[in-house]
Design a protein around this ligand. Structure first.
Ligand code: LER
Ligand code: MN
Length: 269
């Protein structure tokens, strides 16, 4: 049996594949009722009251936090580690430290996915944008290590970013940053677009596999599209991965039904 998690957010988000967006109380209640082990929380500003309340409520819910997703800092507020503006990078460093502090009590991961943003402007300027991100993420990793937290680099498909689309690129980036507490997050929705073989890419992540998003080809719950999750489950088991499988999925037909479909299917694997 895999440890299970589902992705929620306390705020109405611009980023779609999250359940119970803006209604975290019902999100927690439903996750506990359906028997999930944990929730993944997508946070905007970790210093806000709503995030403090959410943290307290999770502690009392019997659930764990599996991971903190951080993309809203870019999607909602334009903060990016590639930015040439040092005040933007400093604001993001502050946020990331707050995310690490939120994650630490559960040993949850902090996800570096959408927050990487996308390289902009002339291709010849991309190397400098990438270098700023290497330095910035190295800084987040150093703080995270002091709190016993790991950061998960998530490859994202080409329609959302041009900065790390594949597992191979994530591994190269991790090597470049050179921090021990950087791992790979494999999201099957993105992999279905980018990877030659989803299964072989899970194998390629190997010991660096640190976290998993299961969403089907249409970003609905696993089992609602055409990805072969039985093959993937067997590859993941063989790799010795003992972390969470998190349903990061569209709330279709509605949040509760999607959450129920996902956990029933995860249990069948
Ligand atoms: C976040 O986990 C994700 O999968 C991305 O689509 C964010 O843009
Ligand atoms: Mn994802």
């Amino acid at each position: 049996m895999f440890k299970t998690s589902m992705a929620i957010t306390p705020e109405p988000a611009k980023f779609a594949p999250l359940l119970f967006a803006g209604d975290w109380e019902r999100g927690l209640e439903t996750a506990a009722e359906l028997g999930y082990d944990a929730v993944e929380v997508s946070l905007r500003d970790p210093q806000t009251e709503v995030v403090k309340k959410l943290g307290q409520a999770v502690l009392g819910s019997g659930l764990a936090v599996s991971a903190v997703a951080t993309g809203q800092s870019y999607y909602n507020d334009g903060l990016s580690p590639t930015s040439p503006d040092p005040t933007i990078r400093a604001r993001l460093l502050d946020r990331m430290k707050g995310h690490v502090d939120f994650a630490a009590p559960w040993g949850a991961l902090v996800i570096i996915g959408g927050v990487r943003s996308t390289f902009e402007g002339e291709p010849k300027t991309h190397a400098a944008q990438r270098q700023r991100a290497v330095d910035a993420i190295g800084g987040y990793a150093e703080y995270a290590r002091s709190q016993g937290v790991s950061l998960a680099i998530e490859p994202i498909n080409r329609y959302e970013t041009n900065f790390i689309n594949t597992v191979e690129e994530a591994l190269r980036f991790i090597e470049e940053v050179g921090a021990e507490n950087l791992v790979v997050l494999t999201d099957t929705f993105h992999m279905n677009i980018e990877e030659v073989s989803i299964a072989r890419s899970f194998e390629r992540a190997g010991e660096k596999l640190g976290y998993v998003h299961f969403a089907d080809s249409n970003r609905r719950a696993a089992g609602q599209g055409h990805i072969d999750f039985y093959e993937l489950a067997s590859v993941v088991r063989k790799s010795g991965y003992d972390g969470y499988i998190c349903a990061e999925i569209l709330p279709l037909p509605d949040s509760r039904t999607a959450a129920k479909l996902a956990i029933d299917y995860l249990r069948s694997l």
